[in-house]
Unconditional design. Structure first.
Length: 103
């Protein structure tokens, strides 16, 4: 069965765009995409049956975005990859900082 696991929107020790702030939708999606790219650099491409996606969810102050893993829970490799994505990095790596225009 297809499952969805929310991962987050930025590394643990980094600031991220805040729901309701000016330009949130654009910046939030950009950060989630950069996080997905960084996760691929760390863990490799998702195996068959798993994929990293950016999804929007409703919130009192508007929609917020998160990086998620969609995976087939009958595929052990896909499920292992998904759960290993819960170990977010602490900081943006050099490539993500460049992608986000932080350097």
């Amino acid at each position: 069965m297809r499952e969805l696991l929310n991962i987050g929107s930025a590394p643990h020790d980094e600031d991220c765009a805040q729901v309701g702030s000016e330009n949130y939708q654009t910046q939030g999606r950009k950060e989630c995409k950069a996080l997905g790219n960084q996760m691929i650099r760390i863990m490799g491409e998702p195996p068959f049956g798993a994929s990293l996606v950016v999804k929007s969810f409703p919130h009192d102050f508007g929609s917020y975005t998160e990086l998620c893993v969609v995976y087939d829970d009958t595929n052990e490799e896909a499920e292992d990859y998904a759960f290993s994505c819960e170990s977010l990095p602490s900081f943006w790596d050099k490539e993500a900082r460049l992608e986000l225009g932080l350097d």
